[in-house]
Ligand binder design. Structure first.
Ligand SMILES: CC(C)(COP(=O)(O)OP(=O)(O)OC[C@H]1O[C@@H](n2cnc3c(N)ncnc32)[C@H](O)[C@@H]1OP(=O)(O)O)[C@@H](O)C(=O)NCCC(=O)NCCS
Length: 381
């Protein structure tokens, strides 16, 4: 199945929303197209080949795109918008690929200069109007490499319903990557569904709390194998291997996207070196549980306290100001874990009770868990 065939460029409509225009690609888009395709984010998250050059760009503009229109396999539009330098020119590509039976796959890339300005939200909305109104498409699918938050937010903004993570599906750069998938049916409301959860970078005192990255894995492994971490984090694998760190990062990304749990790296603001991790292993509509651990060489400097304070501040910030809007934060500490208890107390958590036999220790004994809590001072009772 294909879309109806169309002449190129004469059969390509011009679609407009304010400053943003979708139109047929032109040869004079070449310079901006090459800039876009050399951008590291474009390469990291799409199938754009590495080492993109003018010849590849010209082939795309004069052969690939026109063929898509002429054969009906793909309808790609150039996005045109005013760049921050005031010049109006090529700002990205959005496209629909026909999958048959009224279904289409959506793809998009933005020129780096216009990212984060809302240009692509307008462009994708125009493309979706065109799909549903002109092509009579019934339903559209979006795929992205797991962790492509910018793409996911764009799909969320346009009303896509998130479907989950698919194991090793997207073929990119010689491998098969885990993929996020979402769909939008023509009858769906074209508005964001639910709350947007993500892993923002938080600036604290002497620490930065930021998303975990692959280059943190070696330090996570060192910390994860430390005897104190092994003792007090009974769910950590033994030994803690490099692949455990990678699997952990993947789980964190998925869980954060659904708002069920969150983990961040605690890093040195000067060197960006990982000092430990802080997280929210459980979140409900009212409360967040806070957890933390430090690499052995980062202990004794107040980093756990600084990171926990930073995270509590984020948890207590109202949602409409970018926080989590929690009413209550609590920690659960093995009654024998004096160092962790000291961090909780230093952060102003107050004892609220004991969870009897709340955790099984690594040696098989049951730990009574001390529960300490802080109530959001912004909340009026
Ligand atoms: C994905 C992409 C097209 C999004 O473009 P954009 O210009 O950021 O889109 P918009 O500004 O219209 O809106 C996207 C939203 O996501 C946000 N966003 C962008 N990158 C983000 C990130 N890494 N984490 C969280 N949010 C992010 C933007 O700030 C914006 O949200 P806001 O309106 O609340 O500020 C662009 O980042 C891009 O070209 N990336 C490389 C190619 C790519 O990934 N293509 C998609 C493959 S599936």
């Amino acid at each position: 199945m294909t879309f109806p065939t169309a002449a190129f460029p004469d059969g390509v409509p011009v679609l407009r929303d304010g400053d943003v225009e979708l139109r047929a690609h032109r040869e004079d888009d070449l310079d901006a197209l090459v800039e876009q395709c050399l951008d590291p984010q474009s390469v990291a998250w799409t199938m754009i080949p590495r080492g993109y050059d003018a010849a590849m760009g010209l082939e795309f503009l004069t052969t690939t795109v026109p063929q898509g229109w002429r054969t009906g396999s793909e309808r790609a539009f150039a996005v045109v918008a005013t760049h921050p330098d005031g010049r109006r020119r090529y700002a990205g590509t959005v496209s629909l690929r026909d999958l048959g039976s009224g279904r289409a796959d959506v793809g998009f890339v933005a020129h780096p200069a216009v990212r984060g300005l809302g240009v692509m939200t307008q462009a994708l909305d125009l493309l979706l109007d065109y799909a549903f109104d002109t092509l009579a498409t019934q339903t559209v699918i979006w795929w992205a490499v797991r962790g492509n938050w910018g793409s996911r937010k764009l799909a969320w903004r346009c009303g896509f319903t998130f479907g989950g993570t698919v194991h090793r599906w997207l073929a990119e750069h010689g491998g098969y990557q885990d993929a996020w998938v979402a769909t939008l049916h023509r009858d769906d409301e074209r508005a964001p569904l639910g709350h947007w959860w993500s892993l923002p970078t938080l600036e604290g005192e002497d620490v930065v709390v930021r998303p975990l990255r692959a280059d943190d894995d070696a330090r996570i492994v060192e910390g994860g194998n430390d005897p104190a971490v092994q003792r007090w984090m009974p769910t950590f694998p033994t030994p803690y291997r490099l692949e455990d760190a990678a699997a952990f990062r993947a789980l964190v990304t998925d869980a954060a996207a659904t708002g069920s749990s969150f983990s961040w790296a605690v890093a040195d603001p000067r060197t960006d070196r990982l000092l430990g991790a802080v997280g929210i292993p459980r979140r409900t509509d009212t409360s967040v549980e806070i957890g933390y651990w430090l690499h052995p060489d980062a202990r004794g400097h107040g980093y756990a306290q600084a990171a926990t304070e930073t995270l509590v501040a984020h948890a207590f910030t109202p949602r409409d100001m970018g926080g989590m809007g929690a009413l209550r934060a609590y920690v659960r500490v093995d009654e024998l874990n004096r160092d962790s208890l000291a961090v909780a107390r230093a952060c102003g958590f107050e004892m609220s009770g004991t969870e009897r036999a709340g955790q099984v220790r690594r040696n098989g004994t049951f730990a009574d868990m001390l529960v300490l809590e802080r109530i959001n001072p912004l909340i009026a009772f």
